[in-house]
Write a protein that binds this ligand. Structure first.
Ligand SMILES: Nc1ncnc2c1ncn2[C@@H]1O[C@H](COP(=O)(O)OP(=O)(O)OP(=O)(O)O)[C@@H](O)[C@H]1O
Length: 248
């Protein structure tokens, strides 16, 4: 079953065409790794799915609902409902600095979903335990390492019970020794069959954890396949050239 269906998505910044007729599907329980050179449009593609960027054409379908159809967006209320099904984890964590870890987790379910204090308290405790940060609930983000901040951001995204989690280069801002603890959490979520789309420069992670790898270059989806297919038998010279550099 498709969680997200994208067809002919186009996005330009002024005269710069960043997404050129991008089409793909993410099915339930997929772990999709999106790879490609810097500036190829990976972040823009991901941000468009959650309405952080507005596309100039094409359609984005989420769980059977149109976020945008042939370039025409749903109304604001529908957009809010549709995007609330998707959790986003950013490269730079985007935690609220003036809120504790627990408050960061509980804010959206309380204010957006209207969940009770007891319900969100139980959920935040469970999710902090899941990402190994139960002892940090009352700390402020500034007191945490980058790896811990990113694990909080993942727990925060999970608080909204998303149907899919989107990661925009979740380890790119981390020191190498902190990358593993974040990838481990994502790997654990994959084992639990969470549907995820991960923009990443970590080829080892893409190969090991994803069931589908998509290669993007210059605003286009060039090819997608299983990690085995894409890494060992890429169909296009552009993919081969990228992998030669990336796997060096
Ligand atoms: N808000 C913006 N205004 C103008 N240009 C933008 C904006 N956001 C992105 N771009 C441009 O769009 C292109 C694609 O950027 P994007 O961040 O989507 O690529 P990327 O593949 O995610 O790159 P990286 O791997 O370096 O993060 C780049 O040329 C970038 O400079």
């Amino acid at each position: 079953m498709a969680i997200i269906q994208v067809s002919q998505m186009k996005k330009s910044f002024g005269s710069l065409e960043v997404l050129k007729n991008v089409s793909f599907e993410v099915n339930k329980n997929d772990v999709v790794a999106v790879i490609g050179p810097s500036g190829s449009g990976k972040s823009t593609m991901l941000r468009s799915l959650v309405y952080l960027e507005q596309v100039n054409g094409g359609s984005i379908h989420v769980q059977g609902e149109d976020l945008v159809r042939d370039g025409v967006y749903a109304n604001q209320q529908q957009i809010k409902r549709i995007t609330s099904k998707m959790g986003m984890v950013f490269q730079h964590f985007n935690l609220f600095p003036h809120l504790t870890v627990r408050e960061n987790l509980e804010l959206a379910p309380r204010t957006v979903k209207g969940e009770s204090a007891e319900v969100v308290r139980q959920k935040s405790a469970e999710l902090l335990s899941k990402v190994g940060l139960s002892d940090k609930a009352d700390h402020y983000p500034a007191k945490l390492s980058g790896g811990q901040k990113q694990r909080v951001a993942i727990a925060r995204a999970l608080m909204m019970d998303p149907d899919i989690l989107l990661f925009d280069e979740p380890t790119s801002a981390l020191d190498p020794e902190l990358t593993g603890e974040v990838l481990q959490v994502i790997k654990q979520l994959a084992q639990e069959r969470m549907t995820m789309m991960v923009v990443t420069h970590e080829m080892g992670f893409a190969r090991e954890v994803a069931n589908k790898v998509m290669f993007m270059d210059d605003g286009e989806f060039i090819e997608a396949g299983t990690p085995e297919e894409l890494f060992t038998n890429p169909q296009f010279e552009r993919t081969r050239a990228f992998l030669r550099k990336a796997l060096k």
